[in-house]
Ligand binder design. Sequence first.
Ligand code: SAM
Length: 233
Amino acid sequence: MDATSPATVIERTTGVGGELVLRRAGDHYEIISNGVFLMDTRNGASERLLVRAATETLDGPSRITIGGLGAGFSLAEALRLPGTAHVTVVEREPAVVAWHATVLRPWSEGGLDDPRVTVARADLLDWLTDPRDGAFDALCLDIDNGPDWTVTPGNARLYSGAGLDLLTRRLTPRGVLAVWSAGRAPAFHDLLRTRFTRVEARPVPALRGEPDIVYLAREPRPPRSTNPGHPGM
Ligand SMILES: C[S@@+](CC[C@H](N)C(=O)[O-])C[C@H]1O[C@@H](n2cnc3c(N)ncnc32)[C@H](O)[C@@H]1O
């Protein structure tokens, strides 16, 4: 890799979430979405850990969701794990999916052709409200630079109480929620604690600056009653 190579634009298109740009710098590629530098192919350590950590307590075959596809590190890692029975990839940008048939294929390692993989070309927030795909043992989410740095304003709903309620409904009883963040997100961490019994923030050293964080949440707390329950009312 030559980190100093100037980047050249390979493709510029109108995406679902705003302008989408694929750039090449030396041997590597960069994805810029809606003006936000979202992903590159240089180092996938924390994107791989997102999946490994989410599945480390699961025994037997597991059903995994990966949202979104990006450079494909998380997908390739999921397919390497011996317990992976099925992976649903939720990605809203058709161009990102298409790049994995061409220039990004080496990083997803051809994973989109694996018979265990289904691609949902959808906005993750919409997909979560549709129960047809059922529940998952691991929800591995990396659609933004983190809860405090979203690529589009609408994505912020994912990290709200309402978003966590949607996510909780899509977990199996042994299910694990894993969320990627470029740095600590203390308010999100606190919110996770209100919804889950076991919450962990796992740091991953980054090439530059503060570590990336993988948030892991297990054992959802029972939903709070909406009935105020005053005796005699
Ligand atoms: C940081 S990249 C994912 C990196 C990935 N974990 C990897 O291993 O390379 C974020 C991806 O999420 C997608 N995305 C952003 N917002 C989304 C949304 N609301 N629904 C589905 N996909 C979304 C982007 O198009 C992009 O492909």
